[in-house]
Design a protein. Structure first.
Length: 219
């Protein structure tokens, strides 16, 4: 994530002067999903850990460099905060299972190539790329850390801070859609996207499916 932010700052001067760039803002509808734990099926059973994520609306942005009218390279950055329910089955039958009903924070970073099939006002296109998705459970993964500081009016103030369980998963995927070029170099894009995230073997791989509506400008 830090590397992507540094890259965007490094590209700042080029973004300002380039004539073949697109910038867009996106509304996102991500579909619900359900996965099982290690060795578990896609439809979890009572004796496996499971994760159920509800559908959610989110937002995002995209910056794309157009090599020509057909080929482009872009970067999506998306934010969502879906509700989820998780069941963590204890390895020891004597210990109770853990049930979680909460919201997690999801950031998507997707580097993708785009192929536009035509040059007219209505342009069908296909995307293919590589992704990094950061998910923060917003659930503490350990005891709190207490920090204190001196306030000139109130004296010493102490607060508890919690580290939360989070993970960044890599994956690949893409989408298909239509672009409609408007006047004054504006455009609309509607696409269906599917991304497969590798979980590292602890759980089933995550499949994220979403519809994406974008409004943007060409420079």
């Amino acid at each position: 994530m830090r590397a992507l932010i540094i890259l965007l700052f490094a590209l700042g001067p080029a973004l300002a002067s380039a004539q073949s760039w697109d910038f867009s803002l996106a509304a996102i509808y991500q579909d619900s999903l359900s996965v099982g734990g290690e060795g578990g099926p896609q439809t979890p059973t009572p004796d496996t850990s499971s994760l159920n994520v509800k559908s959610e609306l989110g937002w995002g942005g995209n910056v794309t460099y157009n090599f020509n009218s057909h080929l482009a390279l872009g970067l999506d950055i998306d934010y969502l905060s879906p509700d989820y329910e998780a069941v963590i089955v204890s390895e020891n039958p004597a210990d109770p299972d853990v049930f979680i009903d909460h919201k997690f924070t999801q950031w998507n970073y997707r580097l993708k190539g785009t192929w536009n099939f035509t040059e007219g006002p209505l342009v069908p296109f296909v995307d293919l790329g590589y992704a990094w998705t950061n998910i923060d459970s917003n659930v503490a993964d350990g005891p709190p850390v207490t920090g204190c500081w001196w306030h000139p009016w109130w004296g010493y103030i102490c607060s508890n801070y919690y580290d939360t369980f989070s993970s960044t998963e890599e994956g690949w995927g893409g989408g298909v859609g239509l672009r409609y070029n408007l006047r004054n170099q504006a455009f609309l894009k509607l696409s269906y996207n599917r991304w497969e995230l590798r979980s590292g073997g602890n759980t089933d791989d995550l499949t994220l499916e979403a519809a994406r509506l974008e409004y943007g400008w060409s420079f």
